[in-house]
Design a protein around this ligand. Sequence first.
Ligand code: BEZ
Ligand code: FE
Length: 295
Amino acid sequence: MTDDHEHGYFTEANSAEVVVARNKNAKDQRLGQVMEVITRKLHEAVKEIEPTQEEWFEAIMFLTRTGQICNEWRQEYILLSDVLGVSMLVDAINNRKPSGASESTVLGPFHVADAPELPMGSNICLDQKGEPMFVHGRILDTEGKPIAGAKIDVWQANDEGFYDVQQKGIQPDFNLRGVFRTGADGRYWFRGAKPKYYPIPDDGPVGKLLGALGRHPYRPAHLHYIVEGEGFEALTTHIFDPDDPYIDTDAVFGVKQSLLAEFRKVEDADAAAKAKVAAPFYDVEFDFVLSRKKK
Ligand code: BEZ
Ligand code: FE
């Protein structure tokens, strides 16, 4: 049926079929398949919306501005994918986990590849700003056994909701980030500062779109993790503060029930001394469970 349209004239009724048929010699089969679906769905959307010429031009200009603001540090298209829920959907499709394994969420733009490996227990808050936090837990396999030698790469925003890379010259380099490695018991622990919610970069076209849609740009307070163990699937995830005002309305849809951690306020001086922090502090305990690599 598609072939009938290869040399056919384009009409409103047969628009998608004509375009799909024209692509039938795609050199890459996957590309042909992807473009077929996108063409069908896009034409369907246009037929339902019936945009005016002005509206279609506005859409083109939105995409143009989205590209124009991209640079080495800023990827507005990823941000667009994030606020449309597409980043989380692609993540879900590619990280279907066996039951019991920790769930993943978006990487985000603030990971840096060369954060220092630190002795277990280090304080990653290099400027002593904010409320002290003691974070600890275990890295386990799906049978509950500890994973020795697991690598934990952690990064977080500060008490004002900024990452170090957003405040060069204000925060010390590598503030609130570090890499740790578990011993035989699979345990990890480090000290930091309680993070705050923050807006995703909202001074560009994506921020304007959120505003026009009556949406806020905030992400609830969280800590980012990449956890890796030999023979296990790498886990890119966060843990979230369930008491955050934006916990139910994350701008990028990254929150999952299983990733809510308790940020327990501890006043006790002995507990603070044991954790090597000043009282009061926040105690955050969270175990991560890795799934074995598929053979
Ligand atoms: C983040 O959590 O770092 C983040 C994720 C998506 C968009 C912007 C920021
Ligand atoms: Fe973040």
